[in-house]
Design a protein around this ligand. Structure first.
Ligand code: AMP
Length: 327
């Protein structure tokens, strides 16, 4: 199967070829023709399957016709974290480079001013976290009556983070007649209820039926004593013994993220912290430094670190046993 067979425009095909993709992934193969036909999608997929391109590529072609009016976005993508929002925006930039779509990113931790200016100029694609979108809406900076395509990304994570009431409120401001693309890695009852109420006769696509670990990943369990300083000692021992090119180190609590990052730095490791209490500018900077290789060890909460796409990551350490098995 080639991308051309999926019915995408020459502009998008060229951008995809520039990105170096040869073949569509299974979710892209199944979703793209359906999205282009205007159908609702219920996608059971996790990050790493190519799900972002499965909705951004056809959206670029659908939105290529028509123009945005001031403060009335033509499509809306809701996603739980700022990092995922930024990643989706990057996707639109890469795949939309031969199209002229206006995009705005409404995420917390950044100034309202520039976000509002963009909305005023009119946007084709609005990517937002639920809280910040509601803030803009309540300030009167935004009308959602022109939204033709709605994407709900990582619905199960929205549930974990307590965003479902916000999501339901936002969707109540949208036109009833629209196209909805709904993605979640798991379908607990509350997510199921949401998808039932948002979607009309959706095409259901499941790409990895069970949460499974990629075959290229090897797991190890490191026994350690339970005191925190003893766990940190074990971690340092492993970091020295292993050939670590770069590593994500997950802790369950933000406080522990700071403690572990500080301790590693004190012991001479190139480490930095990433969690939701940090200013957005600091989070972005840290992530960029990690991607560039200026930081070797990124200590993060799973919420801040989930779904972050880093090429060639050599190790992941769960300093704590994650609360959710799937994490
Ligand atoms: P996602 O599941 O959307 O987070 O995408 C995971 C990664 O796969 C990203 O780095 C994408 O750039 C990459 N990707 C998406 N589609 C393809 C494709 N058809 N071929 C190769 N890589 C892809």
């Amino acid at each position: 199967m080639t991308f051309r067979e999926l019915g995408l425009s020459d502009e998008v095909l060229k951008a995809v070829a520039d990105a170096g993709y040869e073949h569509p992934t299974p979710i892209q193969e199944q979703a793209i023709p359906q999205v282009l036909m205007g159908r609702d999608i219920l996608g059971c997929a996790q990050t790493g399957t190519g799900k972002t391109a499965s909705f951004t590529l056809p959206m670029i072609d659908i939105l290529a016709q028509g123009r945005a009016r001031a403060r009335m976005p033509r499509s809306l993508i809701l996603t739980p974290t700022r990092e995922l929002a930024a990643q989706i925006a990057e996707n639109f930039e890469i795949y939309g480079k031969y199209n002229k779509l206006a995009m705005a990113l409404l995420i917390g931790g950044e100034n309202f001013g520039p976000q509002m200016e963009k909305l005023d100029r009119g946007v084709d694609v609005l990517i937002a976290t639920p809280g910040r979108l509601i803030d803009h809406f309540e300030r009167g900076g935004l009308l959602l009556t022109d939204v033709k395509i709605l994407v709900i990304d990582e619905a199960d994570r929205m549930l974990d983070m307590g965003f479902i009431p916000d999501v339901e409120r936002i969707v109540s401001f949208l036109p009833k007649i629209r196209q909805t693309l709904f993605f979640s890695a798991t379908f607990p009852p509350e997510v199921k209820r949401l998808s039932d109420s948002f979607l009309i006769n959706p095409k259901q696509i499941t790409v990895s039926p069970k949460i499974s670990t990629a075959e290229t990943v090897q797991h190890f369990l490191a026994p350690t004593r339970s005191k925190d300083f003893e766990k940190r000692e074990t971690l340092r021992r492993i970091l020295k013994a292993e050939k670590v090119k770069n590593a994500l180190i997950f802790c369950n609590r933000k406080r522990d993220v700071d403690v572990v990052a500080r301790s590693l730095k004190r012991h001479g490791f190139l480490a930095a912290a990433l969690h939701g209490d940090m200013a957005q500018s600091a989070r972005t900077e840290t992530l960029e430094a990690f991607k560039a290789g200026d930081i070797t060890y990124l200590v993060a909460t799973d919420v801040a670190g989930r779904g972050i796409d880093i090429v060639g990551l050599s190790h992941v350490f769960n300093f704590d046993v994650p609360f959710h098995a799937e994490d």
